[in-house]
Design a protein around this ligand. Structure first.
Ligand code: NAD
Length: 261
């Protein structure tokens, strides 16, 4: 499977899962539009190294995905740089944990905007060119929390269930075309987003990082190990392959057995 000549926009690709997926798609030959906060030069170099055999190109845009006007700028930038977006990976996301009564309304709004509404905006802006080319892949990084719930994650669980629903609608609306839309639902992946939750558990229970990690995995993940960004990248690459031509509207969990329980 070769993505040479294709362009993938991976939101939130300066870190964690997004960076891992961008590297796998680059290794298959795709040019990458990098997005996200923090240092961009380091991740861009990593992605370019991963795609060096294909001479791929990257371009960075720092759009804040909570802002629809900035999403429009990001999509226009991608089109200017590469002609069009063939593969859209909606990955950027944030987390906040608190009970519903204690959940700050502004954190609710931010999580819904970044984790859910941004997926609507990038999708509506990417679809016209994908339809015209009669080929496209939209891959939404939802979560096991798009399928089941955990306490103290109201906004995140609501947003991720929303992403799974939006994925199904978009898959139906494109079902007779060469555009497919699917979601990936990871369990625990050791990224900065999860390390914060391990730190909080360690502080709350007065335990070490290792013990907190064991407790975190033990509570939910039967395999007792993290899924890696590279494994998620390989699943995304599979969706991009010809074998994925008729995979539509799935919410595919890669979670060490979490939702099988
Ligand atoms: P991460 O914190 O390592 O990376 C998040 C990325 O999103 C970063 O590049 C960050 O800069 C970017 N981002 C955050 N807010 C943004 C904004 N407003 N505009 C643009 N970019 C923004 O987190 P991660 O664990 O790699 O998470 C990536 C995705 O995977 C998220 O949607 C998350 O919900 C999902 N996910 C993560 C796990 C896990 O265990 N880590 C499990 C299931 C799903």
């Amino acid at each position: 499977m070769n993505l040479k000549g294709k362009t993938a926009l991976v939101t939130g690709s300066t870190s964690g899962i997004g960076l891992g997926i961008a590297k796998v798609l680059a290794a298959r030959g795709a040019n990458i539009v990098v997005n996200g906060f923090g240092d961009a030069a380091g991740p861009q170099q990593e992605i370019e190294r991963a795609g060096a055999a294909h001479g791929i190109r990257t371009a960075y845009h720092g759009a804040d995905l909570s802002q629809p006007a900035q999403i429009e700028e990001l999509m226009a930038f991608a089109q200017r740089e590469f002609g069009q977006v063939d593969v859209l990976v909606n990955n950027a996301g944030i987390q906040h944990t608190a009970t519903i009564e204690d959940f700050p309304p502004e954190r609710w709004d931010a999580i819904i905007a970044i984790n859910l509404s941004s997926v609507f905006h990038t999708t509506r802006l990417a679809l016209p060119a994908m339809r015209k080319a009669n080929w496209g892949r939209i891959i939404n990084i939802a979560s096991v929390h798009g399928l089941v719930a955990s306490a103290e994650k109201s906004a995140y669980v609501a947003a991720k269930h929303g992403v799974v629903g939006l994925t199904k609608v978009a898959a139906l609306e494109t079902a007779t075309t060469g555009v497919t839309v699917n979601a990936i639902c990871p369990g625990w992946v050791l990224t900065p987003l999860v390390q914060k939750q391990i730190d909080a558990l360690a502080a709350k229970n007065g335990i070490s990082n290792d013990e907190a990690t064991r407790q975190l995995l033990g509570a939910k993940e039967p395999s007792q190990r993290f899924t890696t960004p590279e494994e998620l990248g390989e699943l995304a690459a599979f969706f991009c392959s010809p074998a994925g031509d008729n995979i539509r509207g799935v919410a595919w969990n890669m979670d060490g057995g979490w939702v099988a329980q």
